[in-house]
Design a protein around this ligand. Structure first.
Ligand SMILES: CC(C)(COP(=O)(O)OP(=O)(O)OC[C@H]1O[C@@H](n2cnc3c(N)ncnc32)[C@H](O)[C@@H]1OP(=O)(O)O)[C@@H](O)C(=O)NCCC(=O)NCCS
Length: 200
């Protein structure tokens, strides 16, 4: 799969929608999330959460009403320090991602990000494209760093983040309790952007 430059990805996304070809030849459309997605998100997010062991909700635990989801999306799409992305195949949402900076100035120079892809679409290039878009958003907001939390045994995600310049900077031991009662660690991974001011 060819990789476009960040500029090309961002331009296509904001003037969008951005369409790209998946590894299996299908077209994927990436665009900003809107409140109109709330109903579909209420159906697809519980599925995404139930089919991965690497997300914070146990199967059946994630549930929101359409109104609650609408409110969540509204908040994430209207705040300047926030980005919410949806990716569609054949008109259905198959992945979501986003990032958010704290509102207070002491921490507004960074953003925490997250993403999830429906299992049947893993390995086709969607996660990478969403990450590239989020990173470009961070660059354009002149952030100093972006970070995320990832379960320490989530090799697929960790590989993706490393490829895109994220490095491990924190290790939280026994941070999660799995469905079977065992404990697992979480990594904090961060990507730094070039500094604009002196001091680090
Ligand atoms: C992790 C996740 C977001 C990756 O998205 P994806 O669309 O499957 O990833 P991509 O197809 O874009 O692959 C990107 C990279 O991931 C890595 N990757 C893909 N499949 C992999 C596998 N089976 N094992 C290890 N690494 C793999 C590769 O490094 C790949 O790089 P490449 O594009 O140069 O081949 C997705 O699998 C997912 O939603 N998982 C469940 C939820 C989750 O873990 N979210 C992240 C929480 S921090």
């Amino acid at each position: 799969m060819s990789h476009n430059s960040g500029d090309e990805v961002w331009h296509a996304f904001v003037t969008g929608p951005l369409t790209f070809q998946l590894r299996d030849g299908r077209a994927c459309v990436m665009r900003p999330m809107t409140e109109d997605d709330a109903e579909e998100l209420c159906a697809v997010l519980p599925k995404m959460h139930s089919e991965s062991d690497f997300l914070n909700y146990l199967p059946g635990e994630f549930s929101k009403t359409v109104e609650e989801e609408k409110e969540y999306v509204r908040e994430h799409t209207t705040m300047p320090g926030s980005l919410a992305v949806a990716a569609e195949v054949d008109g259905c949402i198959v992945a979501v991602g986003g990032a958010r900076s704290p509102e207070f100035k002491r921490m507004a120079h960074h953003a925490e990000l997250g993403l999830v892809v429906l299992k049947e679409f893993w390995g086709l290039g969607i996660g990478r494209k969403i990450m590239e878009t989020i990173i470009e958003w961070g660059l354009r907001r002149r952030l100093r760093k972006m970070y995320l939390k990832v379960y320490a045994d989530n090799d697929r995600a960790i590989n993706l983040y490393r490829l895109l310049g994220f490095v491990e900077e924190g290790h939280l031991r026994q941070d999660i309790q799995r469905g079977d009662g065992t404990y697992g660690d979480t990594l904090i991974m961060a990507r730094y952007f070039a500094s604009r001011t002196s001091g680090s």
